[in-house]
Design a protein around this ligand. Sequence first.
Ligand code: G3H
Ligand code: ZN
Length: 287
Amino acid sequence: MSLNDYLKQATDNGWAVGHFNASELDQIRAILDACKEIGSPVMVGTSEGERKHLGLLEAVALRDAFRKKYGIPVFLNADHHKSVETAQEAIDAGYDSVHIDLSSFPMEENVIGTKMVVDYARVKNKEISVEGELGYLRGESKIHHEKIEVKPEDYTKVDQAKEFVARTGVDRLAIVIGNIHGIAPSHPRLDVQRVLDIRRALPNSVALVLHGGSGIPDGEVEEAIGVGIANVHINTELRVAYVHGLKRDLEQYPGEVAMYKLDAGAIKAMKLVVKDKLKLFGAVNKI
Ligand code: G3H
Ligand code: ZN
């Protein structure tokens, strides 16, 4: 089954495909170990920065290696790619999915650039899934010490979402409903009614994506999935688990210098996060 097939199943049946960001082999291993154990299809994402660190060809090769080793549906996504060129590079390299994020541009430019990526992907391989983004998503994947104010004009508007999807032909739409990137001292409540309104305005073949999944209370994530979110992105909580796990091992074994021994705690901690999230998303035994 293609990624779009899984997303359609998720939309139709009220669960969500998990998307986890990675820039290290350890993270990919933790994500896929967890998915193998509980039977979840999954998206592994690299932002432009993460992709630069991991390497474009390396990311594709690792996906292929884990697909072969585990036999599970793992889809590689070029997350938050900010230009048509970088999105096209990822498609050429063999990514299964691209998120062309031109949300900082005016609607018209966003539509034109996103459509260029959709057209490019369709010619390359009809199974490539393309995501566009509409609205202003604040923050980045880190621990914020200040409150992040989400303004009314940041939210995705229903009529614009309808027009954007019709004109671009995207498979997925990232929406802003009170979500932010990263973990902040307080999070606005997700606007579940808006998810419902956007869901009703779009064809069922288009999946709704919730970015900034870290730090949102479980109940709100469940509610959002219940009204139409079919894909949830997690990055910061994985990063935190990695660093805390590593710090614990460094403190506990001060004389240890073998990295493959020191990263065991980090992998275990990340695996727990991934499993908990996939259970929350209702994505267990969905292969
Ligand atoms: O694209 C990545 C995600 O939206 C991650 O957001 O760092 O808040 O989990 P997060
Ligand atoms: Zn994101």
